[in-house]
Design a binder for this molecule. Structure first.
Ligand code: DAT
Length: 190
């Protein structure tokens, strides 16, 4: 198939053509995305977990160091290009703290984890965050930046907010997603 035809095909691939759904798990750093995603993928062995930070490192998608944010800038276009074929297959859980640069068609559901500010503050300080970086992330959670960004980037009905304050929240969130996956299979795979 020519490159142009491939691109047209990719652009036309919507969720109904996937035999397994794709899930985006987002939220401010420290809310528990990685912890919850790992548990989810332990429960449902067929899911493929992609942590965008790790994926970007492995696939050379990091640009210059950003002194203010204290991290490398992410080359979002390259991440999208590198991930396209994997997402087309379906059955992927993406773990990332931003939602707005992924193609909307990639995801069947978006979960935004939320944590009380005092709990998040303790988690981030024990991770070594301080100064501007700590302040920016706490503000991000206070102003529900990721939730609003997700609702602007995807249909509101597929964006769900989940509490992530304690261990029982992790378990109930995993159960909820597993139940959603079961229902998706019943509704979409004959
Ligand atoms: P993220 O991937 O969103 O940056 P994480 O999964 O690395 O967050 O979690 C940050 C820390 O908080 C880690 O030490 C595990 C802990 N944690 C995460 N979710 C939690 C929860 N619901 N209850 C208690 N601790 C949690």
């Amino acid at each position: 198939m020519s490159e142009t035809k491939k691109k047209v095909k990719k652009a036309a691939t919507f969720s109904t053509e996937r035999s397994k759904p794709n899930i985006l798990v987002s939220g401010t750093p420290g809310v528990g995305k990685t912890t919850m995603c790992k548990k989810l993928c332990e429960s449902v062995k067929t899911l493929k977990l992609i942590n965008i930070g790790d994926f970007a490192k492995e696939h050379g998608c990091l640009d210059e160091w950003d002194d203010e944010l204290q991290c490398h800038e992410l080359n979002e276009d390259k991440v999208v290009d590198e991930l396209e074929d994997i997402m087309t297959e379906g059955g992927v859980v993406v773990d990332h703290h931003a939602t707005d640069f992924f193609p909307e068609r990639w995801f069947d559901i978006v979960f935004v984890l939320r944590t009380d500010n005092t709990i998040l503050y303790d988690r981030l300080t024990s991770r070594g965050y301080e100064g501007k970086k700590l302040e920016n992330n706490i503000d991000c959670e206070i102003f529900q930046t990721i939730l609003d960004e997700s609702k602007e980037s995807y249909k509101e009905e597929i964006v769900h907010e989940l509490s992530s304050n304690n261990d029982s929240d992790i378990d109930s969130n995993v159960q909820r997603i597993v139940a959603w996956l079961d229902q998706w299979q019943k509704d979409n795979v004959s």
